[in-house]
Design a protein around this ligand. Sequence first.
Ligand code: NAD
Length: 440
Amino acid sequence: MLYEDMKLAFIGTGYVGLVTGACMAELGHHVVCADIDKKKIAKIKKGVMPIYELGLEELVEKNVKEGRLTFTASIADAMKSAEVVFSAVGTPEDKKTGKADMQYVHAVAEAFGKNLNSYKILVNKSTVPVGTADAVRDIITHVSKGGHEFDVVSNPEFLREGAAIKDFLNPDRVVVGVSSDRAKEIMEKIYRPIARAGRPVMVTDIRSAELIKYASNAFLAVKITFANEMANFCELAGANIKEVAKGMGADSRIGSRFLYAGIGYGGSCFPKDVQALMETGKEHGFDFSIIKAADKVNDAQKLRPIQMLKKQYKSLKGKTVGIWGLSFKPRTDDVREAPARYIIEELLRAGAKVKAFDPVAMESFKLSFPDKRVKYVESAYDAVEDADALVVCTEWDEFRTVEYPELASRMKARVIIDGRNIFERREAEKEGFTYFGIGV
Ligand code: NAD
């Protein structure tokens, strides 16, 4: 062993907790992953992953077999046995206030305080508003007995679903916010394998670490939205956003990533983090005008396919629309805030019939959108059977290899609304399709 391994607990075994816990075990640490959802833990123990993430099942299986990774539904046991406890519970949007719902983070802080049996660190891995570490520290102080010392650390997570394992093991940076040298040393020890691989581990004050996460997500949301708004203008100005974005992205000050125009961002992070940052701003008497504008543009962007359909058909009543893609992006089954949901809702409201296909996200979509009117089908081609239009909502690779003649033979009308610009207008039109893209 090149370094000293540590005993870690991950509380919350969702996307972040399960992936980062398994990756920490892969780095050599001894990890216990805990969750209040007993069914989830029972499933994982049987080797069934609760989420779709490339390589995760193999990583979990390997580390369980090698004795570094265990799972439990007892939060107390996990906490008592660990030197460092990572909190990776959800911080969803409170739909009434727009703020991050902190009840799960606070519950973990309380459990940590009650189970404190020696010096330990509580690491906030969840995305939490600036100032949370102070609130967490107060909760722990209030409930803990026995006078054991502790530290609270902020260690936001930047992994992307669909590339989560690679992102965690090869991060652009690790951000660690600390308020003591003791915590700094321990956190550096935990991340030493990552630092040895040449990846920067940046140690900051706690509030800056908390804000780095929100600032990064808000910046990316604004960047995508900028490309989307420019795409909308391209349509009027007769320019092509693919060319414009390529030209912009070649400038190293801008960079080419996150400039792909489409029907808006969704997912479990950007929408809620943008809202939460605006609300935190308000609490400080601050108005994030750029972020507010991006949020507004993004809401409208999600419904651009509906505008396009209405351009094609006076009424959508009785029309059949095939939907390709239900997850908010490819390579994940996460459907939280996916544009597809908003489009389907609007189509049903307008009296259209919806046939939907997604390679992995149909089950999770059904759970979060239990509307019997949506017909789920077995393949992309089945979704366009007798359809008056196809709407591409997610850029899954398998949609890119579509055979136009097959599509044409299945559809009632040759209309493609390409919400992710995966087709070429020229090719589609050559095959007799009416083609709508985003800024192309
Ligand atoms: P998730 O909803 O997939 O998982 C959260 C888990 O926490 C659930 O399994 C839930 O049962 C469990 N939980 C809730 N309360 C608990 C408690 N008191 N004790 C133990 N377990 C409890 O959420 P996620 O997507 O993994 O996100 C977690 C955090 O990480 C959020 O703050 C999110 O913003 C942030 N984040 C997410 C991503 C991502 O791509 N999903 C990326 C970076 C950061």
